[in-house]
Design a protein around this ligand. Structure first.
Ligand SMILES: [Zn+2]
Length: 182
């Protein structure tokens, strides 16, 4: 895929949607009322709307490396606030994935200086390596998701506005395409 194809693929996308529903974009123009708020990793292989075939307008998405819930991250806090308060979303999904580079980097020693701050945060989502040296990397990606589920419930924005909101963890399997509920 090269850059010239972006425009071409976008035109194809518009034609395809309009063939199925000529008024589709008129509906979106009126605003959004998505069902889900999803936190996912930035990894290019795990795009939430692609792997779930969700149409536009159904899912409000926040992505960062290794799908982290971090109370100090203003970008995430703003997304969470907007999802709960303005979009009135009742279902939050934390979606991690196998072969996550962020989790692998946090588990290994030595990471680029520029990444060390964020990867240091990911490290705090994982068990202490000295006590868990033989844990498989897929198990770690699962533990990372479960940690974020717990963290979101402890987030001040969630505590203030998340009453009755369901939080579910999922693990996406890069090698098979399967989305596993945890
Ligand atoms: Zn990842």
């Amino acid at each position: 895929m090269n850059e010239a194809q972006l425009k071409h693929k976008n035109e194809e996308f518009i034609h395809k949607i309009k063939r199925e529903n000529p008024n589709f974009f008129d509906g979106l123009k009126e605003g959004q009322s998505p069902e889900f708020f999803m936190l996912a990793c930035s990894d290019s292989r795990v795009s939430p709307s692609v792997i779930t075939q969700m149409p536009l307008g159904e899912m409000f998405v926040h992505r960062n490396i290794a799908n982290q819930v971090d109370q100090e991250d203003e970008s995430f806090s703003a997304s969470l606030y907007y999802a709960l308060v303005h979009l009135n979303i009742k279902k939050i999904i934390i979606k991690g994935h196998t072969d996550c580079g962020g989790v692998k980097a946090a588990w290994s020693d030595g990471v680029d200086e520029a990444l060390s701050g964020w990867i240091g945060k990911v490290k705090q989502s994982l068990p202490d390596k000295t006590n868990a040296n033989d844990v498989h990397i897929d198990e770690l990606t699962k533990m990372n998701v479960q940690k974020q589920v717990a963290r979101i419930k402890d987030h001040p924005v969630f505590k203030a506005y998340g009453e009755g909101v369901q939080v579910t963890g999922y693990l996406y399997h890069v090698a098979t395409g399967e989305l596993e509920k945890l």
